[in-house]
Structures are given as structure tokens and as C-alpha cells.
Design a protein around this ligand. Structure first.
Ligand code: ADP
Length: 228
């Protein structure tokens, strides 16, 4: 669960990036955060991942009050979130399989767990045939599916996807959102940040619109594909 209460955030140069933001995303929800460039989307993500601290207000993520989080608790907190980035951030000299397995290895998972979980999430993301390929040998859409598998393999309660379709050909962008929706149907909370308003209108659902550091809309919109 995410709860932002009266959150303000200013960069050192006094840019007010977020102004009194109130936002709650309950467990099991799928929420789009939309807004144009400079609206404050990245600033929200950096607060949610505890890369930055709110200038004022309260940020609670997965039960952690981030303003009170001790430095030594940060790694455990971060492991409670799967993060997917616009630029995939796969390790180039590791295969698809090893990129996903690595995410489990850093948590000291047993070899048995790795042998069970990695094929399972690769299959979920329809990547089983690409397990031995390297990132540069597969398409952008496939690389992002590997990043999704990697985010999913630790079974986090929350996945944050930061412009996950930004570097993908449009015809495969929708597939990534559909996979995020499928993950959500299994219970994982998803927050997806995007500036692609058209895509949000297509899928519909909980949509939080940020402009100039403020929440200007927060509600459910009907998806275009539902009326097709
Ligand atoms: P978005 O992700 O929606 O494009 P950002 O959160 O990056 O928006 O930016 C919100 C505001 O904060 C903008 O006015 C931007 O110029 C400013 N900003 C972003 N990053 C920094 C930074 N590192 N230092 C100072 N100002 C910043």
C-alpha cells in the first residue's frame, strides 16, 4: 500500500517539484500516474523508492514510513518493491535466465528456489524460448519482459514501472501493459508512470494525473478497448 499525505518536495535549487500531494494506492490496485514532462512523475517515484526524502509530509510504502526509515532498513525496504525502468537495466553479459536468477541470488535464495522460480516467471512472461539469449540478441519489448520477470521473481507486493514502454515500439507497448495487468490480477499492486495519455485512455482504470507538481485528477476512467 502507498500513502502520500500532504507531501511536498523541493529540489535544492528551490524548485517545488511536488506541492501538497495526497495519494493512496491500496493493495491489489493498478494505478497509472500520468502527466507531461516536468509534471513531477519522477519526483514521486524517487520518493516511493526512498531515493529522496519528502521535504514535508508523510510517505508510507509497504508499511514502511519512509521519513523514519533507518539507513540499515533501506535494503530490506527496497526488496519489497519490484522496479521496472524505461531503459530495462539488464546486465549485458548475462543471459536472460541469469539476469532473472541474479535478482534471486542477491537475496541469498537457495539453488532449489532459483531452479523453481526462474523458469516459472520466464514462462509467465512467455520468455522460455529466449532463456539462453543475451539482452542485445532480443528486441526491446522482449528485454522489457525480462525486466518484468526479474521484478516479479522475488514476488514483491508492489511493482513500480517507470515509463516501461518508453523505449519500445508502439505495437509491443500494449503487450507490456497487458502483462503488467496479468501480474496485477494475481494480486501484485502495480503503479505505472507514463506520459503516454493515449495508452492510458485505451486501457482505462485508476488514473492519477499530475501537472505542475499537483494531483489534478484522480479517478477511474473507462478504457477505449472495452467498448470495441
Ligand atoms: P517528470 O518526471 O514528470 O518529467 P520531474 O519529477 O522530473 O517531472 O520534475 C518535476 C520538476 O522538478 C520540474 O520542474 C523539473 O525541472 C524539476 N527537477 C527535476 N529534477 C530536478 C533536479 N535534479 N534538480 C532540480 N530540479 C529538478
Amino acid at each position: 500500500m502507498i500513502d502520500l499525505i500532504n507531501v511536498c518536495f523541493s529540489y535544492d535549487n528551490k524548485t517545488d517539484a511536488l506541492k501538497d500531494v495526497n495519494l493512496r494506492v491500496d493493495n491489489g490496485e493498478f494505478a497509472f500516474i500520468v502527466g507531461s514532462s516536468g509534471a513531477g512523475k519522477s519526483s514521486i517515484i524517487k520518493l516511493l523508492l526512498r531515493e529522496n526524502l519528502a521535504t514535508s509530509g508523510t510517505v508510507i510504502v509497504n508499511g514502511y514510513n519512509l521519513g523514519k526509515l533507518k539507513q540499515r532498513q533501506i535494503p530490506k525496504f527496497r526488496r519489497s518493491i519490484g522496479v521496472v525502468f524505461q531503459d530495462f537495466r539488464l546486465i549485458p553479459d548475462m543471459t536472460v535466465y541469469d539476469n532473472v536468477a541474479f535478482s534471486l541470488r542477491v537475496t541469498d535464495a537457495s539453488n532449489k528456489t532459483i531452479r523453481q522460480q526462474v523458469p516459472y516467471v520466464l514462462e509467465l512472461m512467455e520468455l522460455q524460448d529466449l532463456a539462453r539469449k543475451y539482452p542485445q540478441e532480443i528486441s526491446g519489448g522482449e528485454q522489457q519482459r525480462v525486466a518484468l520477470a526479474r521484478a516479479l521473481v522475488n514476488d514483491p507486493p508492489l511493482i513500480i514501472a517507470d515509463e516501461p514502454t518508453g523505449n519500445i515500439d508502439p505495437e509491443f507497448s500494449y503487450e507490456i501493459v497487458e502483462m503488467l495487468q496479468a501480474i496485477n490480477r494475481c494480486g501484485t499492486t502495480i503503479v505505472m508512470v507514463t506520459h503516454e495519455h493515449e495508452m492510458v485512455k485505451y486501457f482505462g482504470g485508476r488514473t492519477i494525473n499530475i501537472e505542475d507538481g499537483e494531483v489534478v485528477f484522480d479517478g477511474i476512467i473507462g478504457g477505449a478497448h472495452e467498448s470495441e
